[in-house]
Design a protein around this ligand. Structure first.
Ligand SMILES: [Zn+2]
Ligand SMILES: [Zn+2]
Length: 154
C-alpha cells in the first residue's frame, strides 16, 4: 500500500494539498512527493491490524467475483434461451473407456499361483454434440432417431 503523500487537492494556483494537511508548491512537488504521509501511514497500519493475513480482503474479493459469475451465468442463460439457434453439424463425440486388464475377483484363487487376469474390452457409448454458431450453446445427445431411406431398385 502506498503511504506517500497524495497531493491531489489543487486548492490554489500552483498549490497542492494532501488530505493530511501538507501543502506543496508545484516547484517542490518532485522533491516532496516521496515523503511519507502520516495520515496514510496510519491508515495502512489500521488496515493491517484489521486484516493481518489479508484473508478478510481475499474472502471479500472472492465473494464479489462469485456474485459477478452468477450474474454472467444468468445473462448467458437468458441469451441462450432466447437465441434463434443456428446449429453446427452434429459431431460424433462418444464416451470411450479403453480396454484394460484386472485381477479376476470372482475367480478361484490358487495358493502359490499368480492371480488370474481378466480382460475388460473397450467400451464406446455413442454421443453426438452440436454447437450453436450464434450463442455458443453446446448440446449433447445419446439418442438416435431411426430413419428409413428408400432407394429405387431396378
Ligand atoms: Zn499526506
Ligand atoms: Zn444459439
Amino acid at each position: 500500500m502506498d503511504t506517500k503523500h497524495c497531493f491531489s487537492d489543487n486548492f490554489a494556483p500552483n498549490w497542492y494539498r494532501c488530505k493530511c494537511g501538507a501543502e506543496v508548491h508545484r516547484s517542490d512537488m518532485e522533491q516532496r512527493k516521496n515523503e511519507e504521509c502520516p495520515s496514510r501511514v496510519r491508515e495502512a497500519a489500521a488496515k493491517l491490524a484489521a486484516d493481518p493475513l489479508g484473508a478478510v480482503a481475499l474472502a471479500r474479493s472472492i465473494a464479489a467475483q462469485e456474485r459477478r459469475l452468477e450474474t454472467d451465468k444468468a445473462k448467458l442463460r437468458n441469451l441462450q434461451s432466447t437465441c434463434d439457434h443456428d446449429w453446427s453439424e452434429p459431431k460424433y463425440t462418444p464416451d470411450v473407456r479403453e480396454a484394460y486388464s484386472t485381477e479376476d475377483l470372482h475367480g478361484h484363487f490358487v495358493e502359490g499361483q499368480p492371480p488370474r487376469m481378466v480382460h475388460v474390452p473397450r467400451e464406446e457409448k455413442p454421443k453426438w454434440t452440436r454447437t450453436c454458431r450464434r450463442c455458443g450453446k453446446v448440446e449433447t445427445t445419446t439418442t438416435v432417431a431411426e430413419t428409413v431411406t428408400k432407394a429405387p431398385r431396378f
